[in-house]
Design a protein around this ligand. Structure first.
Ligand code: HEM
Length: 414
């Protein structure tokens, strides 16, 4: 194979406008699959990169964290944004061995399936609240804004042990950090200075939380982070901030996007909704299919540390690789008829939406539980549901999903 760049119009990855129409994006991804599992793009303003869309290749790269590192740039940013970066915040996703393991170890057990069962009651409460919100709205609401956005943020407040009074502040901050490229979500133009300002907001806020939890540790993640030891010393300030930021942001828009995208998929595939209503035993697989279908984290980047090969293509040390979780979930070699939303798909759980290997999503089980709880409570109550307007999606290249999802519905009486 050659390393000649693919035509620019095939670049569905780095242009945030292309993410505004997910149907067109999916079709374009399928066309790319027909041409190969890896494609090189050289777009002005970006370091050239290889987009890896082959399912097996994404897993193989993730399984070799020393050959393909997260550092120095784990997310696709323009060269200008990289150069202008102010506060250099370091989170788990920026780290490689040996630091990554040391930092991940601090919270790893907290997220294990048995441990997060203690959140089940809170999830049930939030699912009931979501239905109550829909009841109070009287048959029409915006599912993305009124249900999917608040639910996971309430979960974050709970796991970090933050008061409900801090809800608005956390909402603004997570929206600005992750929705940065979408004009509707911007407080003002997202220059490096503005991003640094948002991070400084967080910094001030979490410095207070750290002091509090060092004085009086509680049974929450904030206490684990505040009192975390790395190499027998307290975690440095910037890394402590990074830890709070990654938990707050990684758990919010991701899960919201899966919820809203999952709801839309059920609305647009009424046979699937009917099947789920008829057989609640399908819930877990339906949630896996929603996660495959939505792939809210669009990508992470890896950098090759030595010359190697991916899908028969030679890759040189220093090359940048874009792992397209969304396109890998549409790989026709793995998923039969991949553009069909099918809650009985036998291998829906082979989706790569949570990544793989040492960086595998820390909150994967929690996110699944949130979706299972919400749809497990809501679907049996849905007598009817339809779109009440044209939904809109975020034009973001990193984490994204629905901005709006207007719905009209009837709920069965309790
Ligand atoms: C549907 C929802 C979610 C999706 C699709 C998702 C996806 C991902 C992906 C793709 C990664 C990178 C994996 C890799 O590089 O192999 C990741 C990492 C991470 N996620 Fe999630 N995530 C979701 C929900 C959550 C939640 C609820 C939390 C916690 C509250 C969370 C916390 C994290 C953390 C801390 C990392 C960094 C792990 C590391 O680098 O070691 N995520 N997530």
């Amino acid at each position: 194979m050659t390393d000649i760049a693919a035509p620019a119009e095939h670049d569905i990855f780095s242009d945030n406008e292309r993410w505004g129409d997910l149907g067109a994006w999916n079709r374009a991804a399928l066309d790319l699959h027909a041409q190969g599992g890896i494609h090189r793009f050289e777009r002005g303003g970006f370091q050239p990169f290889w987009a890896v869309i082959d399912h097996a290749a994404v897993l193989s790269i993730e399984k070799q964290p020393e050959l393909f590192t997260n550092g120095p740039e784990p997310v696709l940013n323009t060269l200008a944004a990289r150069e202008a970066r102010g506060l250099d915040i370091k989170t788990l996703i920026h780290m490689d061995a040996p630091d990554h393991h040391k930092y991940r170890r601090l919270t790893n057990d907290w997220f294990k399936p048995a441990a997060i069962r203690r959140l089940d009651d809170r999830l049930t409460e939030l699912s009931r609240q979501a239905i109550a919100t829909m009841e109070a709205a009287g048959g029409e609401c915006d599912f993305a804004i009124d249900v999917a956005l608040p639910y996971p943020l309430q979960v974050i407040l709970k796991i970090l042990g933050l008061p409900e009074a801090d809800y608005d502040r956390m909402m603004t901050l997570t929206q600005q950090l992750f929705g940065g490229e979408d004009p509707d979500l911007q407080r003002e133009e997202m220059t490096a200075e503005v991003i640094a300002e948002v991070l400084m907001d967080f910094y001030g806020y979490f410095t207070g939380i750290t002091a509090d939890r060092r004085g009086a540790p509680a049974d929450d993640l904030a206490s684990l982070i505040a009192n975390g030891q790395i190499d027998d010393a307290p975690m440095p300030d910037l890394e402590t901030l990074g830890y709070y930021v990654i938990i707050a942001t990684a758990g919010h828009d991701t899960t919201s996007s899966a919820m809203a995208g999952g709801m839309r998929a059920l609305i647009e595939n009424p046979d699937q909704l009917a099947a789920l209503r008829a057989d609640p035993g399908l819930l877990n697989n339906a949630v896996e299919e929603m996660i495959r279908w939505t792939a809210p984290v669009r990508h992470f980047m890896r950098t090759a540390t030595a010359d190697t090969e991916v899908c028969g293509q030679s890759i040189q040390a220093g090359d940048w690789l874009y792992l397209s979780y969304k396109a890998a979930n549409l790989d026709p070699k793995v998923f039969d008829d991949p553009l069909r939303f099918d809650i009985t798909r036998p291998n829906a759980d082979r989706n790569v939406s949570f990544g793989y290997g040492v960086h595998f999503c820390l909150g994967a089980q929690l996110a699944r539980n949130e979706l299972r709880s919400l749809f497990g409570h809501l679907v049996p109550r849905l007598e009817s549901i339809e779109l009440a307007g044209e939904p809109t999606t975020m034009k973001t290249t990193f984490v994204g999903g629905h901005k709006t999802l207007p719905i009209r519905y009837r709920l069965t009486p309790r």
